[in-house]
Design a binder for this molecule. Structure first.
Ligand SMILES: *[C@@H]1O[C@H](CO)[C@@H](O)[C@H](O)[C@H]1NC(C)=O
Ligand SMILES: *[C@@H]1O[C@H](CO)[C@@H](O)[C@H](O)[C@H]1NC(C)=O
Ligand SMILES: *[C@@H]1O[C@H](CO)[C@@H](O)[C@H](O)[C@H]1NC(C)=O
Ligand SMILES: *[C@@H]1O[C@H](CO)[C@@H](O)[C@H](O)[C@H]1NC(C)=O
Length: 415
């Protein structure tokens, strides 16, 4: 159902300085759901190609940026007197759960790639005590170290060939930029197309440079980069490339490998998004999960790995009820979770979103996958699974639900 989307929309109020002004596009502008990842309209694709070429030419000529990424990457200047341009760094924030955060990073890197920016400044992560809270409680720790989720050094390595530096907002360099660079901010326009976003960034940055032609200072550019910031289906192959740059904390990666190995063979996977904070009714969702599992060929010969936050608040009763329903429907031999596959000491000390990341990475290895469309975790799991070679969309399915973000948040390769 749309509750979650509605909740997110109403619970989140961008600050005045960043809220969409008269120029921002209404969400209705986004392309239709179901159009899928493939086949951006030719006009949009052409516009994007033209913008990319323009961004590349205009931004890379001029002697390189002043930041780390700019040095040495630019071609020789035609005119020796032309001032070196200042590097442009994208600063943003994330909100809510693991995959909302991941899709925000993905939006940021996509925009950096598309607009020829010089760097992204990774914000702190959010985490929560557990999943048993009402949707309106603010239980989040908004200052969780980002390195607990992302492998920053590896992301830096992956993005260096594209001329994009990756900084942590707490690092000295990022703090210096915040205080010494030209400050710029832009309004938030939900599910904006990538070409439109590139156009707006370019216009703003160019106007700053034109106002101060001699000024070569870097630009610290702030934008709301929420999980529904862009219609990723309008970005040709860039969102897919950006998704490939996401590298996860290696301790958590290793733990996911350990959990998957402990299953001891092929398994099907599901994101059982029936915790209290999701606001869905388990009684209503369970029959829908079962229908989808049957449709995809889940049967009693294989175990089911269930990603769920139920056990983060010790609700083993709800977990067992779910297991009984799935087993008696004949869609699995048993239901597994990380808490039953590795010792408690292996999970101790990990925060909520690291635990969710273990689940996400285990699910990328599932033979078949079912999730819930109202959850960004579900469709990110579906797409990351395909990206990491775990199985294409014919072996994955999402329950109907939600009504907004999923149509613009598809991460799939384009021809
Ligand atoms: C990855 O997460 C683990 C567990 O929380 C933590 O100990 C480690 O420091 C993190 N890695 C980095 C590079 O920060
Ligand atoms: C159950 O699923 C497996 C694949 O996981 C398949 O090989 C097998 O034929 C199925 N069994 C039945 C009875 O459909
Ligand atoms: C769950 O149980 C563990 C072990 O008994 C306890 O440490 C933890 O605080 C419990 N969590 C919640 C959210 O009640
Ligand atoms: C979850 O929270 C609700 C109140 O919001 C409470 O009634 C319930 O007992 C909690 N469940 C667990 C397992 O902690």
């Amino acid at each position: 159902m749309g509750e979650r989307g509605g909740h997110y929309a109403s619970a989140f109020h961008p600050p005045q300085s960043l809220a969409g002004g008269p120029g921002s596009k209404p969400p209705g502008r986004r392309r239709r759901a179901g159009a899928g990842a493939r086949g951006a309209p030719p006009a949009a694709a052409l516009l994007l190609a033209a913008l990319l070429a323009a961004a590349w030419l205009l931004w890379r000529w001029g002697g390189g940026g002043t930041g780390r990424a700019g040095a040495g990457a630019a071609p020789q200047m035609a005119c020796e007197d032309r001032p070196a341009r200042g590097a442009v760094y994208l600063n943003y924030e994330v909100i809510f759960g693991l995959c909302n955060q991941m899709i925000s990073h993905l939006n940021a890197v996509t925009l950096a790639l598309a607009a020829g920016l010089d760097g992204v400044i990774l914000p702190p992560a959010w985490s929560r005590p557990h999943f048993n809270h009402s949707v309106d409680e603010d239980v989040w720790n908004k200052n969780t170290p980002i390195a607990t989720l992302l492998d920053i050094a590896e992301m830096r390595r992956r993005l260096a060939p594209a001329g994009i530096d990756v900084l942590e907002s707490t690092e000295d360099d990022a703090l210096v930029m915040r205080h010494t660079c030209e400050q710029a901010a832009q309004s938030f326009s939900p599910l904006e197309s990538i070409p439109n976003a590139v156009w707006r960034v370019r216009s703003l940055v160019d106007s700053i440079r034109m106002r101060r032609p001699a000024n070569q200072r870097c630009i610290h550019f702030q934008r709301y980069m929420l999980f529904w910031a862009h219609d990723l289906t309008s970005g040709a192959n860039l969102p897919y490339l950006a998704a490939q740059s996401l590298a996860f904390n290696s301790t958590v990666e290793a733990l996911a490998e350990e959990v998957a190995a402990a299953i001891g063979g092929a398994f099907n996977g599901a994101h059982m998004r029936i915790e209290l904070d999701m606001g869905l009714k388990a009684e209503k969702a369970m029959p829908q999960y079962i229908t989808h599992m049957r449709r995809l060929g889940f049967n009693a010969s294989a175990p089911l790995y269930a990603a769920s936050g139920l056990l983060t608040y010790n609700d083993t009763g709800a977990f067992r009820r779910m297991e009984e329903a799935l087993k008696s429907a004949g869609v699995c031999s048993r239901v597994l979770s990380k808490e039953f596959l590795v010792g408690p000491e292996r999970l101790a000390g990990l925060h909520s979103e690291q635990l969710a990341l273990v689940d996400l990475l285990v699910l990328t290895r599932s033979a078949r996958f079912v999730g819930h469309k109202a959850s960004t975790f579900s469709y990110f799991a579906r797409d990351l699974r395909a990206l990491r070679g775990g199985g294409d969309l014919t072996t994955a399915g999402l329950l109907e639900g939600g009504k907004t973000w999923e149509s613009g948040t598809v991460i799939a390769p384009h021809d």
